[in-house]
Write a protein that binds this ligand. Structure first.
Ligand SMILES: Cc1cc2nc3c(=O)[nH]c(=O)nc-3n(C[C@H](O)[C@H](O)[C@H](O)COP(=O)(O)OP(=O)(O)OC[C@H]3O[C@@H](n4cnc5c(N)ncnc54)[C@H](O)[C@@H]3O)c2cc1C
Length: 491
């Protein structure tokens, strides 16, 4: 156990200063003003995902009325750039005096629970000075996201070392990358590719999207007609935020239901959006007709159809198939097609991780995440005084981050009422032998980054309170009221 005599102590310690951590700090300071709090963030500033990613055009793919916090109105266009999101978060920090709670350049390496002391000890490296510092806390609130910010996912392809140009992963974008007039290949067809291709298209000679299989895209105006009308009527921004949030959530729910009940009809609607830009005669079949059901992966929104305008203008194109090898001058596909490139972008996603790759131990024993069962998808069996923000995938992440932050406040209030210092999820007698299911149901949602990480993630159970449903409509009703004495043991 680390020597704790010089450690600073806080009631709640938040790991991560992204949208979840900053939101958590807001809810705690508002709902529990007496609670001492620190946020430890390993980067030099707040923002998380929106600070890490700096590739051209980087933007949200869900709308900011729902990706924004419930408590801070969003007043811009629905899809926002990373810089706009950082500005919004900066305002939240300033308006609520949160900066005093945040320590940057603090990388948490180790978290140790002592049952005897009833507290966590965290060891962190100060990335600016190299110093090691320790903190203790009663409650550990994990807001470190779900992927490794330093090492993105790049598959190994044959011949990568032969390629004479540059290979760049968008997560590690070099500020000085010169792509003007160059031939660029972007491997991948997810939200990152859909953003980066139209942003680079005007400057490059040509950019080719190389994909193993196609993705669904939704084309639409980056504007909200109702929001604009309400603004014309000078309706208060707080009301507009709430109204548009509810409307968009309802619309998303309708689309999800439609996609499940009438997948072909939804497909046709999505294709209609593409044809309006590419023309009726454009053949969507090889490159833009996915094989999976719409909504099994997050639908990528293409504001103003910019990706498809780049295709129409001839600055961008798509190649679909398996890559056989990198060559000196680009890629060779399995069907023999050669794709020339000066720069190859690997928009192949990220490496998921569990709780920031921090070394966890409980009373001296290393923590075995895959053997733990989630409690409402946020706490874990036999792990005391800890909650993890795992947001929504299909809906906006922040909807769940706000919900969990309020739950943590409710739980801490409940502990105070009971005079308890420790709370631990424990399987009940009726849960003996309960089936352990994957953390995310692969039938419902199956992107590659989750499939690759399933073996390191905790499990869910087949009944409440052990299910992790990813169902906003159910959780929004259940979270504020579920019984805090069912499945939780207090000491
Ligand atoms: C390019 C991109 C676009 C996305 N767009 C959307 C979108 O439009 N809508 C949506 O809902 N979701 C989107 N997502 C998912 C997105 O990551 C989440 O929605 C959200 O930003 C996650 O916020 P977070 O605060 O939980 O985690 P993060 O943004 O990952 O922030 C976590 C922070 O914790 C820090 N940290 C991690 N480990 C440690 C440690 N050991 N010690 C100290 N600090 C640590 C990280 O450096 C980071 O700053 C997108 C993801 C990416 C990569």
């Amino acid at each position: 156990m680390t020597e704790t005599t010089s450690a600073e102590h806080f009631d709640v310690l938040i790991v991560g200063g992204g949208i979840s951590g900053v939101g958590g700090a807001y809810h705690l300071t508002k709902n529990r003003p007496g609670t001492s709090l620190v946020v430890l963030e390993n980067q030099e500033s707040f923002g998380g995902t929106w600070l890490t990613h700096t590739y051209p055009g980087v933007r949200s793919d869900s709308d900011l009325y729902t990706f924004g916090y419930e408590f801070k109105p969003w007043t811009g266009p629905p899809i926002a750039t990373a810089q706009e999101i950082l500005t919004y978060m900066g305002e939240v920090i300033e308006e609520n005096d949160l900066a005093q709670h945040i320590r940057y350049s603090h990388e948490v390496k180790k978290a140790e629970w002592s049952g005897e002391d009833g507290r966590w000890t965290l060891t962190a490296d100060k990335t600016d000075t190299g110093e090691e510092v320790t903190f203790t806390c009663n409650f550990l609130y994990m807001c470190q996201g779900y992927y490794n910010h330093k090492e993105p996912y790049t598959p190994e392809w044959p011949g990568m070392d032969r390629f004479e140009g540059q290979i760049v992963h968008p997560q590690l974008w070099p500020d000085d990358l010169d792509y003007k007039g160059k031939k660029v290949v972007c491997i991948g067809s997810g939200a990152t590719a859909a953003t980066i291709i139209p942003a680079m298209a005007p400057d490059v000679e040509h950019i080719t999207m190389v994909q193993r299989s196609p993705t669904y895209f939704v084309c639409g105006r980056n504007a909200d007609e109702l929001a604009d009308q309400l603004r014309e009527l000078e309706v208060d921004e707080t009301w507009i935020h709430e109204i548009i949030r509810r409307k968009r959530l309802k619309d998303q729910d309708t689309v999800t239901q439609m996609a499940r009940d009438h997948p072909d009809m939804v497909k046709e609607e999505l294709f209609k959006g593409l044809r309006e830009i590419l023309g009726e005669d454009f053949d969507l079949s090889p490159h833009f007709t996915p094989k999976y059901r719409p909504w099994r992966q997050r639908l990528a929104f293409v504001p103003d159809g910019d990706l498809f305008h780049a295709v129409k203008d001839g600055k961008a194109s798509a190649v679909t198939g398996e890559i056989e090898t990198f060559t000196e001058t680009g890629l060779r596909m399995e069907d023999g097609e050669e794709v020339e490139a000066d720069i190859i972008l690997t928009a192949t996603g990220f490496n998921m991780n569990v709780l920031g790759d921090i070394e966890f131990d409980i009373d001296g024993a290393p923590l075995d995440w895959p053997n733990r069962v989630g409690f409402h998808g946020t706490m874990f069996s036999d792990i005391p005084n800890l909650a993890w923000v795992f947001g929504y995938f299909r809906a906006s992440w922040t909807l769940r981050a706000d919900m969990i932050a309020k739950l943590v406040c409710r739980l801490l209030d409940h502990m105070d009422e009971k005079g308890a210092e420790v709370v631990t999820p424990k399987l009940r007698s009726e849960d003996e032998g309960m089936e352990r299911l994957p953390w995310v149901d692969p039938e419902d949602f199956n992107p590659g980054y989750i499939s690759r990480a399933m073996h390191i993630l905790p499990k869910q159970g087949d009944r409440d309170p052990w299910r992790h449903t990813q169902d906003y409509w159910n959780e929004r009703k259940v979270f504020p009221v579920f019984d805090l004495d069912d499945g939780l043991v207090y000491e």
